[in-house]
Design a protein. Structure first.
Length: 340
């Protein structure tokens, strides 16, 4: 079934790539804008993209019609990034881990314990002097980032036992995103990294191919992982944004007036998604506790931080161009330290 779903998604995507990009509306040609993502229709990301869809259709409906495709209907995130590169689709939501393979500038956001607090994280991501060079660094690959999406705090969740210290990860196979930084993070913490696509995680947990995973609270409820994993530990090892990317050729085809409206739409995506995220996380945690009977644990963070700090050094030594970005983030960390 898994292979059938993937093959069907790829065939659909290929077929869509062959379809004309225009439709008919009142006798006039309308450019169809396709956006793909891997979340369900009740996820904050989909709600935000739907708000963008309505906004663009209202403002520029005589020329453009936005269509949003959720739940990997256009393929996996990797597939969708490739489709966005070629212009078969116009936008997609990509994980930072995937973007790291196109530009080493994205490597900075995968560092564990990079941000001291959620406030520092949000201020950094809203600072265009920090994010702008990173977002534009994939233009040679045919796409550019247009806004960021809050993906919360990544934490470990496991099937059989809680993670209260790095020692509890020893011998466990933990799914991580497909990123060299994340694999090295797991090595430093003592676990065994198992990179795989997000769509494969539930089956891998259920069949005990892996012992756990790491993600935000929404993965427990929206993706059903809490039906299998009964322990969620707030080690808070990462705050990694998701990124909405757009095909560069399409973005550059917009007139100045159109681009201004699209930029307003991207700001709308960001604000709606962040507002919906806070509500969704609170609801997910309550549901996980009451319906899925997930136990939430709050371990001492210092042993985890201490184990991961060598990764900061090695990444900066391997990619010295990140140092100025890293220093700017540390300035925000000093201004917005963790208060809890």
């Amino acid at each position: 079934m898994k292979h059938f779903k993937k093959a069907s998604a790829l065939l659909l995507a290929a077929a869509m790539a062959c379809l004309p990009l225009t439709g008919c509306s009142s006798g006039e040609s309308v450019r169809i804008i396709r956006i793909g993502h891997n979340q369900s229709t009740n996820h904050p990301t989909h709600i935000a993209l739907t708000a963008f869809q309505d906004y663009i259709n209202e403002q520029l409906g005589d020329k453009y019609r936005v269509e949003v495709f959720p739940s990997e209907l256009l393929g996996s995130q990797t597939d969708m990034v490739q489709l966005t590169q070629t212009g078969a689709i116009d936008f997609c939501v990509a994980s930072n881990a995937i973007l790291e393979t196109f530009s080493k500038n994205y490597e900075i956001f995968n560092l564990p314990y990079l941000f001291a607090s959620t406030e520092a994280y949000h201020h950094v991501m809203d600072d265009e002097s920090i994010t702008g060079p990173i977002f534009n660094s994939t233009q040679k690959a045919g796409f550019t980032a247009v806004t960021w999406l809050d993906a919360g705090t990544r934490n470990f969740y496991t099937v059989d036992k809680p993670i209260n210290s790095p020692a509890d990860l020893r011998g466990l196979k933990i799914r991580v995103q497909q990123s060299p930084t994340n694999v090295e993070m797991m090595r430093l913490l003592g676990g065994s990294a198992t990179p795989m696509g997000f769509g494969d995680v539930y089956t891998a947990l259920q069949s005990k191919i892996i012992d756990g995973a790491e993600n935000n609270e929404m993965a427990l409820t929206d993706n059903g992982h809490g039906d299998v994993c009964k322990y969620y530990s707030y080690d808070m090892h990462q705050m990694v944004p998701d990124i909405l990317i757009g095909n560069l050729a399409f973005m550059e085809s917009l007139s100045e007036e159109e681009r201004a409206i699209f930029e307003e739409g991207f700001d709308l995506i960001n604000s709606v998604q962040r507002e919906e995220w806070e509500k969704a996380v609170a609801a997910a945690k309550e549901r996980a506790e009451t319906e899925q009977h997930v136990q939430f644990n709050y371990p001492d963070l210092e042993p985890f931080k201490e184990a991961c700090m060598p990764l900061h050094t090695s990444v900066l030594e391997g990619n010295p161009a990140l140092q100025s970005t890293y220093d700017a983030i540390q300035a925000y960390n000093a201004q917005y330290p963790q208060t809890e």
